[in-house]
Ligand binder design. Structure first.
Ligand SMILES: Nc1ncnc2c1ncn2[C@@H]1O[C@H](COP(=O)(O)OP(=O)(O)OP(=O)(O)O)[C@@H](O)[C@H]1O
Length: 410
C-alpha cells in the first residue's frame, strides 16, 4: 500500500535524515517505526503526506507516485495524528473533528453528524463534543486527535508518537482503543514511537532505524524478538526479549484439566483432581455461577474459615506472559481458566505453562529463517557497530498547531 523505493532525504545543512530507504508497508497493517532519537522516523512519516519532500527516490501510496498527486488532495486521504493532539484551541471538539469533512465540502449538518459518530467511536460522550480542547484531559484530547484524523475515512493513518505525552495507564487504554478500532477499520497505519513495548504491542511489523536514517530490520514483532538482525537491534529490543515474545502468544492452545473446586458457602469438596505438586491441598472456590473467587488452603490451620487467597482467572486470548505471571503468583501453582463469561473451565499447571513458553520461544526462533529477513539483516550488518544508544541531534521543533494545520489544509 505504501512503498518507499531508494528514498533519501538530505537537508541543506548536510544532515542525512533518511538514507536509501527501501520499505513496503502492507495495506491494513500497523507498521511501527522505532529507533534512537534523530534516526529519521518523523522524516520518513512526513514524506508520506508530502510535508517533507524526499531528495531522491520514489514513494507511492496505493500504487500512485505521490509526486504526481496534488499535495492537498493527497493529505485529505491521509489521517495525521501527533503528540498532544494539535487540536485547534478556539474550535469546539465537534468542530475540530468536523474540520476535514467541511474542507471536503460535506456541508455543516453532515460534517457534524459524522463528527458525533466519531466521538462515540473513540469512546467520548456527546457532552465532550461541546467543550473546547483545553477542557479535556490529555488522553481525551488524543482521542479527539484520532477521531479528527479518521473523519473523512482515509485509508492511511500517520501517527507520530500519538500517545507519548500521557501517563502509562491512559497510554495502555489508548493503545487498546487503537487496536479495537483497527480490528474494525483495517487502516494502513504508520506509527512512530520511542517505546519498544508499545511497538511490540501495536505493530503487525516493526521497522528499526539507526542514526543516519538507516533501516536495520523490518519484521513482525515475534520474528524480530526471536531473531534480531544484529547487536544494535538486540540492544534496542532490551534484555527481556523472551518475555516480550511471550506477550505475543496466547494461552489458547495450552491444555487444561478439571479444577479442584468448591462452591462458596459449601463444605470443602473437590470435583477435580486436586492440585499436583501441592499434595492436592488447594481448592478453587467459585460462585454459584462457577466464577473463580479465590484459593482455599484445605490444610491451613483455619480450615474452611481461612480467607481466600486471590486468583486471577485467565481467558484463552490472554497472553502466555500473563499466564507465567499468574503461575508464579498462584499459591496452588495453578492457573485458573475461564470462558468469555468468566465461568471456570479448568486449570493449567505451572510446569505446563513453562513448557509451552519454552516451546513457543523455540518455534519463533525457527520461524525467523534467514531468507525472511536476509536482505535487511545484511543492510544492518553493513552499517557498522553503532551501539544505538547515543542520542542524535534533535528534529525541528514545529508547533503542534502548525502540524495540525498542515495535515488538514493546504
Ligand atoms: N528541517 C531540518 N533541517 C535540518 N535537519 C533536520 C530537519 N529536520 C530534521 N532534521 C534532522 O534529521 C534527522 C532526523 O530527524 P527526525 O525528526 O526524522 O528524527 P526522529 O527519528 O523522528 O527523531 P526523534 O525520535 O528525536 O523525534 C535529525 O538529525 C534531525 O536533526
Amino acid at each position: 500500500m505504501i512503498s518507499f523505493k531508494h528514498v533519501s532525504k538530505h537537508y541543506p545543512n548536510g544532515t542525512t535524515a533518511v538514507d536509501n530507504l527501501d520499505l513496503e508497508l502492507p495495506e491494513g497493517d500497523i507498521t511501527v517505526l522505532v529507533g534512537s532519537s534523530g534516526c529519521g522516523k518523523t522524516t520518513t512519516l512526513r514524506m508520506v503526506n508530502r510535508m517533507v519532500d524526499p531528495s531522491s527516490g520514489t514513494i507511492s501510496v496505493g500504487g500512485r507516485d505521490i509526486r504526481k498527486a496534488d499535495a492537498a488532495e493527497l493529505r485529505r486521504g491521509i489521517g495525521y495524528v501527533i503528540q498532544q493532539a494539535g487540536l485547534f484551541p478556539h474550535r469546539t471538539v465537534l468542530d475540530n473533528i468536523a474540520t476535514v469533512p467541511l474542507l471536503l465540502g460535506w456541508g455543516r449538518r453532515k460534517a457534524r453528524a459524522r463528527a458525533a459518530e466519531l466521538l462515540e467511536l473513540v469512546g467520548l460522550t456527546a457532552d465532550a463534543g461541546k467543550r473546547y480542547p483545553h477542557q479535556l484531559s490529555g488522553g481525551q484530547q488524543q482521542r479527539v486527535g484520532v477521531a479528527r484524523a479518521l473523519a473523512a475515512d482515509p485509508p492511511v493513518l500517520l501517527m507520530d508518537e500519538p500517545f507519548g505525552a500521557v501517563d502509562p495507564v491512559v497510554r495502555t487504554q489508548l493503545q487498546n482503543e487503537l487496536l479495537r478500532l483497527q480490528s474494525e477499520l483495517r487502516k494502513t497505519v504508520v506509527f512512530v514511537t520511542h517505546d519498544i513495548d508499545e511497538a511490540v504491542r501495536l505493530g503487525d511489523r516493526i521497522a528499526i532505524f539507526r542514526t543516519g536514517g538507516h533501516l536495520v530490520q523490518c519484521a513482525p514483532p515475534a520474528e524480530l524478538l526471536a531473531d534480531p538482525a544484529d547487536d544494535f537491534v538486540a540492544g534496542f529490543l532490551g534484555a527481556e526479549r523472551g518475555l516480550k515474545l511471550l506477550s505475543l502468544s496466547t494461552l489458547a492452545d495450552v491444555p487444561q484439566r478439571p479444577a479442584p473446586t468448591a462452591e462458596a458457602g459449601s463444605e470443602a469438596g473437590s470435583k477435580g483432581e486436586g492440585s499436583k505438586g501441592e499434595g492436592g491441598r488447594w481448592l478453587l472456590v467459585t460462585s454459584e455461577r462457577g466464577e473463580p473467587l479465590g484459593w482455599r488452603d484445605t490444610e491451613g490451620p483455619q480450615g474452611d474459615r481461612a480467607p481466600l487467597l486471590p486468583v486471577r482467572a485467565l481467558r484463552d486470548g490472554d497472553s502466555l506472559l500473563s499466564a507465567l505471571d499468574e503461575s508464579i503468583a498462584s499459591p496452588a501453582g495453578l492457573v485458573a481458566r475461564v470462558d468469555a463469561g468468566g465461568v471456570l473451565t479448568g486449570v493449567t499447571d505451572r510446569e505446563l505453562i513453562h513448557e509451552h513458553a519454552g516451546r513457543r520461544h523455540a518455534a519463533a526462533a525457527r520461524a525467523a529463517t534467514p531468507q525472511d529477513t536476509g536482505a535487511l539483516k545484511d543492510s544492518g550488518k553493513n552499517s557498522g557497530k553503532d551501539s544505538g544508544k547515543t542520542p542524535g541531534p534533535q528534529g525541528p521543533q514545529d508547533p503542534d498547531a502548525q502540524d495540525a494545520a498542515a495535515s488538514v489544509t493546504a
